[in-house]
Write a protein that binds this ligand. Structure first.
Ligand code: ADP
Ligand code: MG
Length: 324
């Protein structure tokens, strides 16, 4: 099968909302009047972002999920994406499963595949995604203000627990690993929550490299600091990790590391004014996404981690950095 047959068979579908999809030199998108395009790219490299031999359907899902997560963080509605793919060889069952996982998530979000590039090489998947947001309403990293609450969605650290268990660095009961593994391999992009937070959140980011590190980007962009209740997220993770078995106890330090610096969460961290607590919970409920208040933005720069007594907690929770 040649390059063009491959594209036609696995990655060409009838266009719906786009003005022009796969097959010409460019795709054409027609954003609605008054909307801004939100654009983001994410690359997944074998051995770096996923294990060689991972389930191709899960990989297709994740490749798009990490991009949808960026749109979610901006409060943008998904429109379309392009797929640049390097493949070592044409493996039809692999491509069929990859496209199935990818396009199922795309359909769930009404996000069309409108183009891309296909080449031979070490397995590498790069998606560029396009969304739309009313002009001036995108959620940004730069809007956090002193006194605002800080929230995170879901249960940060679940993906990292699964990763450590798969690497044999941690024991999880089989039922717990079976429940947490999809958090790593098939993350749920929080698109509905991002949309519900428009006009409500004052800043937002998606947590991909670790909660504290990613929050640090918001603090820097906003010129503020934060007090974070370390155990707000750790308690969530502890109850998740021990759900199937009381004997599956994991030590506190591991829980802290996974919740605060685990990475691969694809949750949203955001700030909102304290007067909006009810509205934030209503947005969470309406989007079917739990959110937890984990701290407060401060005038004083820097991020302070607090224990249950409100005392400073020592520890290093470096987030992921490809070149560190
Ligand atoms: P060009 O030579 O102009 O770069 P290509 O020959 O690479 O175009 O691609 C032909 C068409 O197929 C283009 O419309 C391109 O967007 C689309 N395409 C290529 N690879 C993919 C892919 N992996 N997924 C979806 N569309 C693709
Ligand atoms: Mg090309």
């Amino acid at each position: 099968m040649g390059e063009f047959d491959l594209i036609a068979r696995f990655f060409t579908r009838p266009v719906r909302r786009a003005a022009l999809g796969v097959g010409d030199d460019c795709a054409l998108l027609a954003p609605a009047p008054g909307m801004q395009l939100a654009v983001s790219s994410d690359m997944l490299v074998e051995g770096r972002h996923f294990f060689a031999g991972v389930d191709p359907a899960a990989l297709g899902h994740k490749a798009l999920a990490v991009n949808l997560s960026d749109l979610a963080a901006c409060g943008a509605r998904p429109l379309a994406f392009t797929l640049a793919l390097a493949l070592p060889r044409v493996d039809e069952p692999w491509l069929e499963a990859f496209a199935r996982g990818l396009l199922a998530l795309a359909d769930e979000h009404g996000c069309e595949l409108v183009g891309g590039d296909t080449t031979q090489g070490p397995l590498n998947i790069c998606i560029t995604i396009f969304g739309e947001v009313p002009a001036g309403q995108a959620l940004l990293r730069s809007g956090a203000q002193a006194g605002h609450d800080i929230y995170v969605s879901g249960t940060p650290g679940e993906a990292r627990l699964a990763l450590d268990a798969l690497r044999g660095q941690l024991h999880l009961p089989a039922a717990t690993l079976a429940r947490l593994r999809p958090r790593l391999e098939r993350p749920t992009p929080r698109v509905a929550l991002g949309l519900a937070l428009r006009g409500l959140a004052t800043s937002a980011i998606d947590v991909s490299d670790g909660l504290l590190g990613d929050l640090g980007h918001v603090l820097k962009a906003s010129g503020v600091g934060a007090d974070i209740d370390a155990f707000a997220t750790t308690d969530l993770l502890a109850s998740s990790a021990c759900h199937e078995s009381a004997t599956g106890q994991i030590d506190q330090n591991t829980l802290l590391q996974c919740a605060l610096a685990g990475g691969d969460d694809y949750e949203l961290a955001f700030s909102a004014a304290p007067a909006q607590r009810g509205a934030v919970q209503a947005a969470a409920a309406a989007s079917g996404t739990p959110v937890t208040r984990i701290g407060r933005i401060t005038q004083e720069p820097g991020l302070r981690l607090l224990d249950r007594a409100g005392q400073a907690l020592q520890g290093r929770f470096a987030s992921f950095d490809h070149f560190a």
